[in-house]
Ligand binder design. Structure first.
Ligand code: MOS
Length: 758
């Protein structure tokens, strides 16, 4: 691999190593399930082995007989004890297990055992006997008993089926058309850190240690379910071992464990097995797509229609609906889209890295490659012909769009001009070689955020923000922004995050954190600078009488543009203070006046993307080489190059890591990942990391990330476009394109496996 930490280019920050890196690699970072708690009891859930039906009877006596068992809770004890989760806010699902005898999915929690030891709780959970009235479940598309509904009617999460012009007429008139169907499978996040809840009561106050991407949202939602005041609840989540959306919404387990802890009068820790996680956590929904595209012979797209279908649970209208992005991707003459959801006997799906774009852009970009082939055009030139600075739905300009620069830089680094466009023409011994490319895109979101800064006269800074270090480097990046604005070194900055008692930050989802946290830090630092500057210009000293606008903070001093300077320490003396503390609230352009109070109420008002006067997206281009063995048909990806433009890059090391991880995940979704479902039982079959395939080091060879300079101050005060969810968009389509180039086989259903290439 090349370029471990790309040298910063224009508008890019230093590749500062993560400030928590050493703690993480030496095992000293305290993950929530590591929290040292005295007198802990342990909880294990017993879960349903049917996907649809009712509990006739549940026998907990064998569980109670296990030595060390303190209590067993079922619907008999718990019905009516908790408020139902509010789906659509911070709760993963409205399903309220242990409140009912109804069974809505395989693996639904039916009982919680509390015991002196983890082992005893497990043994007892397995001893519980359930008599079911089972019904035939419907697992997925085409199963009898599923129900298809339009997303626009069924779901508040879905805003609109975007459209422009007269698609049907344009499609009918187009000289070149394609009309194809694509699909993507169920996938599970499988973060290395298991899901866990540790609930500790202190009188009527509750502290929950649990990996979370949304501590403030969870505080409010948990208080709702437990019928408490939010101020009595605290969520602590300082380190997270993989999240990717799976730890964004809170599952029903958290409140049940907290309720049980109160009941037994002991702190309770419940670490969920990987197998149970697959059934009770969220996952990426299975999707289907129908794309119709028409173009002129010169390659100009005149008609684009994208219909999508997504599987969800019976009660929850969860939907991602990526047509808002695919409908704006190119300069289509006309657009028609429609998203539907299919209700099946499954647990509710949820956000998984780039939730709308991963499946929907896969379908679009695979179709783009098919159209390029139909037109006999180079796929890069086909994108160039249809590139645009104005999106076709609302005719609004992009705040910035460096898509073709990304294509050109990635194509150059990849050696695209060496590609012989004829299908099956490139070969190395037993290996067919294919080369393909696709577009990456992700909406640039930003949300309200608050921060507290405390700067000492000696230059030490404490930065407090209830955001979450989910592995992105946001702690480090927040410190870098403060270091730059206040002219103090990184090692003098201490950052606290991951605790709902800190000033609230938005859910760490939607690639929103760097932009939102940095915008709040800029605001807080501006206030501290203002206080210091007004003190030094009026006090006796070298900066007396200077214009505050000419002042800056650099290297522990306050400097003026005419070359005068004063140590920061003396500025504190001039202010007659030892510490400056500042609390700052940032709300993005277009936010409602209540946006910050809503943030305290656990709701993140996201702005950006297609909202606003300009539409805001980050772009990239990915090129892959695949090799397919002529005898075994195994598929390898020896080379992948991605070039990405995402506004200001705060740290080229962490940016590269995010994009690299995304590209690897893209390879994974193209070639490896699928949650296998037994349709008879509506059950996930590969519920462990032995059978759920993900790439290992040997699968990833030469991977190159190019950071393309881009300046965009329309997006937010930090000029940052989130990129955590950019890298895995488009990768699978680039691989499908390369597989076609190597073999002449167009694979439209993921994953692409050996058996699909026979
Ligand atoms: Mo991301 S799937 O928005 O946590």
């Amino acid at each position: 691999m090349s370029d471990a930490a790309p040298r910063p280019n224009e508008n890019m920050g230093e590749p500062f190593p993560r400030i928590d890196a050493r703690l993480k690699v030496t095992g000293q970072a305290p993950y929530p399930a590591d929290a040292p708690i005295a007198n802990l009891a342990y909880g294990t859930f017993a879960v349903s082995s049917i996907a649809r039906g009712k509990i006739n009877a549940i026998d907990i006596e064998p569980a109670k007989a296990v030595p060390g068992v303190l209590a067993v809770f079922t619907h008999r004890e718990m019905a009516g004890q908790l408020e139902h989760p509010k789906f659509g806010n911070a709760a993963a699902s409205s399903i309220a297990p242990l409140d009912t005898t109804d069974i809505l999915h395989d693996g639904q929690p039916l009982a919680l055992v509390i015991a002196e030891t983890f082992e005893a709780s497990q043994e007892a959970a397995q001893a519980i006997r359930v008599d079911y009235a089972a019904e035939q479940p419907s697992a997925t598309f085409d199963a009898q008993g599923t129900e298809t509904v339009a997303a626009k009617e069924a779901s508040e999460q879905f805003e609109e089926d975007v459209a422009a012009g007269d698609f049907e007429a344009a499609f009918a008139a187009a000289p070149v058309t394609i009309d194809q169907r694509y699909s993507t499978p169920t996938q599970h996040h499988n973060p290395i850190e298991l899901f866990s809840t540790t609930a500790v009561w202190d009188g009527d106050g509750l502290t929950v240690h649990e990996p979370s991407q949304n501590v403030t949202g969870w505080k409010v939602e948990l208080a709702h379910q437990l019928r408490m005041e939010p101020e009595k609840v605290r969520i602590v989540s300082r380190y997270i071992g993989g999240a990717f959306g799976s730890k964004g919404p809170m599952t029903s387990r958290t409140a049940i464990v907290a309720w049980a802890a109160k009941k037994v009068g002991r702190p309770v820790r419940c670490v969920v097995s990987r197998e149970q996680s697959c059934m009770t956590q969220t996952y990426r929904a299975e999707t289907r797509h129908h794309i119709r595209m028409g173009a002129d012979r010169d390659g100009r797209i005149t008609a684009f229609a994208h219909e999508g279908w997504e599987v969800t649970s019976r009660p929850d209208p969860y939907v991602v609906g990526g047509t808002s992005t695919t409908g704006r991707m190119y300069d289509y003459g006309s657009v028609l889209t429609k998203v539907s959801i299919v209700k099946a006997d499954r647990n509710t799906p949820g956000y998984m890295r780039s939730p709308p774009e991963t499946p929907y852009v896969y379908a679009l970009e695979n179709a783009m490659d098919e159209m390029a082939v139909a037109l006999n055009m180079d796929p890069v030139e086909f994108r160039r012909v249809n590139d645009t600075q104005v999106e076709p739905i609302g005719k609004k300009p992009f705040s910035s769009r460096s898509l073709m620069t990304c294509y050109d830089q990635a194509a150059e680094a990849f050696g695209w001009k060496e590609r012989n466009a004829a299908v099956g023409s490139m070969r190395d011994g037993d290996w067919l070689i294919g080369m393909g490319c696709a577009t990456a895109i992700y909406p640039t979101n930003v949300a309200p955020c608050t921060v507290r800064l405390r700067l000492n006269a000696d230059g030490g800074l404490r930065l407090q923000c209830g955001s979450h270090e989910i592995g992105t480097g946001v702690r480090t990046i927040a410190a870098q922004m403060a270091s730059e604005r206040l002219g103090i070194p990184m090692d003098k900055i201490e950052v606290e995050m991951g605790d709902s008692s800190l000033p609230p930050a938005p859910v760490s989802g939607g690639s929103v954190s760097t932009a939102s946290v940095c915008s709040a830090v800029i605001k807080g630092c501006a206030s501290i600078r203002g206080k210091l500057f007004s003190a030094v210009v009026s006090a006796d000293g070298p900066l007396k009488g200077a214009e505050p606008a000419t002042l800056d903070m650099k290297d522990g001093a306050i400097t003026s543009s005419d070359g005068r300077s004063m140590p920061m320490k003396e500025a504190f003396v001039a202010m007659k203070t030892g510490v400056i503390e500042d609390y700052a609230e940032f709300a993005p352009d277009g936010a409602t006046p209540e946006a910050v109070s809503k943030l305290y109420g656990g709701q993140s008002e996201m702005k950006g993307g297609e909202k606003g006067e300009k539409v805001k997206y980050a772009f990239g281009a990915e090129f892959v080489e695949v090799r397919i063995n002529t005898r075994t048909r195994e598929v390898r990806v020896p080379r992948i190059v991605g070039a990405f433009a995402a506004g200001r890059i705060m740290n080229t090391r962490t940016a590269r890591s995010q994009l690299m991880g995304g590209m690897i995940w893209g390879i994974s979704s193209a070639l490896h990942e699928v949650t296998e479902i037994d349709p008879r039982a509506a059950r996930y079959v590969n519920r462990d990391l032995q059978d759920y395939l993900v790439p290992v080091n040997a699968d990833i060879r030469d991977l190159q990330v190019i950071l393309v300079p881009e300046v965009d101050m329309d997006v937010n005060p930090a000029g940052v476009k989130g990129l955590g969810e950019l890298g895995n968009v488009g990768t699978a389509a680039a691989i499908a394109s390369a597989v076609y180039h190597a073999t002449g086989k167009r694979i439209r259903d993921l994953p692409i496996r050996l058996e699909t290439l026979l």
